[in-house]
Each structure stands twice: as C-alpha cells, then as structure tokens.
Write a protein that binds this ligand. Structure first.
Ligand code: PMM
Length: 279
C-alpha cells in the first residue's frame, strides 16, 4: 500500500467494468474479465479498477449480492495473476470482501455518502481510499449540478467528507481525493474543476482524475451536433491525462491504457527536461 502513494510519476488506473450497462464500455466487451484486466496491466496500468455497478447518468442501483457476485471472482483472479487491484464500489461490504481478497484500493465514487458503514469499514482495512466528490445517486445527480463557484464548493465538500472519514478512523495519509468529474457536474463544471486542479491540490492530498470518455469530452468533440461514441474520445482523454500529469496529479483513471501511459510519459519527460518544473 505504501508504495502506491510514494512520490513518482502519475499512476495510470485501468478501468475494468464488470457490468452489462456501464456508461462507456459496458456490454462492449466479451470474454474473460480477468484476461482483460491482465491485458490492462500488461499495457502499463499501475492498477486495475474493478467495478460491478454502473454509475452512468440515470443508472439505478444494482443489488448488493449481484455486485459482489460480479466483482469478487474478478478481484480474486487478478490478485492471483499478480495484478494490483482497486475495487470501484460504494458499498462497505463489497469493499471489505474485495480487500480481503487482495485489493489494495477502495475507490468509492460517493466519498462515503452512499453507505454509512463505509468510513468505519475502510478504517479497519489496510488499503488506500479514493474519496470522490458526490452529491447523490446517478438517477438524481443531474438535478444536483448547481453551484455558485464549483471549485470552491467541491473543495469545501471534499474537505467535509475528508473530516468525516478521518473522524471515523481512516488515516489521512491513505486518502486520495477525486473531483468526481461528471457526477452532479455539467461540462462547464468539469472544465472548471480541471482548470482548478492546483486549488484542489492545495488540500495536500494526492488527486485522481477520472475524465475518461466522459460526456464533457463527447460534447467538446461533437461536429455538427454529432457526438462521438465513448470509444471515440480516447485521444481527448489522453490529452487530459497529459495535462493532469503536468499538474502533478497522483493518478488518471482511464479505459484506454496505452494512450494515457504515453501521455504521462510525455508529461514526465517534459518536466524532467525543465529540471523538474512541470510543462
Ligand atoms: N468515474 C466513473 C466510475 N468510477 N471512480 C473515480 N475515482 N473517479 C471517477 O471519475 C469515476 C470512477 C464513471 O465512469 P465509467 O462508467 O466510464 O467507469
């Protein structure tokens, strides 16, 4: 766990959604999810993030037993293959089972808000905790995308959640913060948060950015109202990865691993050539 947060280049977190209805890649993949995860690792992912519940806008919650049934065998298979695993879940019970099976990161897009047992559960586990900004479940989050100053409000709400989870016993040193792009955010909010990464970094904790294939990139790339499909947004995702890496973020969560590995390498080499000063 400690190595995971040690200083170093931006980590590339590969997305492995084991869902029939994920926003960006659900249903598109066939075949063994463990083999897909192993391939993500071979392509350069530092971590593989396994999720069994779609958070696409409008999605309804999956049954807890079904989530576990999807996720656990994949976590076990990847751990057995030596792949560092993160579990993408809002449920304490799933987090506990995945960490018991060898996952080293609990990635909770709800920042502990969806399950009141999450913070205390994570406090008792040996893992990194990714705490994302969140205002409500996917079926209602669109109506919650209302901000005066989005960066200030996200920063304040992340600070409040950080206080809540550390009060429940989670060591601050193992928390990674995430602005939660697309979660109760419009495209304008997503861009403001990316532009405000330095401000969020001021909280003094590592940051994870999950821009991959999201709607704000689709809207940006639309030509004559034609929005490219999620898989047509990977070059734009890699551009975000390069810029986020140049801002020194801890990690980027992406579907297409090779393009973001290359992007992070470019940003790292560019900074090194400037004597360690980011591009
Ligand atoms: N986005 C999604 C799922 N999990 N986890 C973190 N930490 N940050 C994110 O932005 C994030 C996430 C939704 O995207 P997907 O359906 O394409 O996986």
């Amino acid at each position: 766990m400690s190595d995971l947060l040690a200083p170093g280049p931006t980590r590339v977190v590969g997305v492995l959604n084991v869902t029939p209805d994920s926003f960006s890649d659900g249903g598109r993949h066939t075949g063994d999810p463990v083999a897909r995860g192993v391939a993500l690792r071979a392509a350069g992912a530092d971590l593989v993030d396994v999720g069994g519940e779609s958070t696409r806008p409008g999605a309804t919650r999956v049954d807890p037993a079904e989530e576990l049934r999807r996720v656990l065998p994949v976590v076990e298979g990847l751990v057995a293959a030596g792949v560092p695993v993160s579990v993408d879940t809002m449920r304490a019970a799933t987090a506990r089972a995945a960490v018991a099976a060898g996952a080293v990161v609990v990635n909770d897009v709800s920042g502990g808000l969806a399950d009141e047992d999450m913070a205390a559960t994570v406090a008792g586990l040996d893992c990194v905790y990714v705490l994302s900004h969140w205002r409500g479940a996917s079926d209602v989050m669109g109506s919650l995308a209302v901000y005066g100053h989005v960066v200030d409000e996200v920063r304040a709400e992340l600070t409040a959640r950080l206080h809540a989870v550390t009060s429940a016993g989670v060591a601050r040193e193992r928390v990674v913060l995430d602005p939660g792009l697309g979660f109760a955010k419009t495209a304008e909010h997503d861009w403001a948060l990316l532009a405000g990464l330095d401000d969020l970094a001021g909280l003094g904790l590592p940051l994870l950015v999950g821009a991959s294939r999201k709607r704000f990139l689709g809207a940006l790339l639309a030509v004559d109202g034609e929005v490219p499909p999620p898989s047509g947004r990977d070059a734009a995702t890699a551009a975000v990865s390069a810029l986020a890496a140049a801002r020194g973020v801890w990690g980027v969560r992406v579907h297409d691993v090779p393009s973001s590995v290359a992007a992070v390498k470019v940003a790292t080499a560019w900074a090194a050539a400037r004597g360690g000063v980011p591009a």
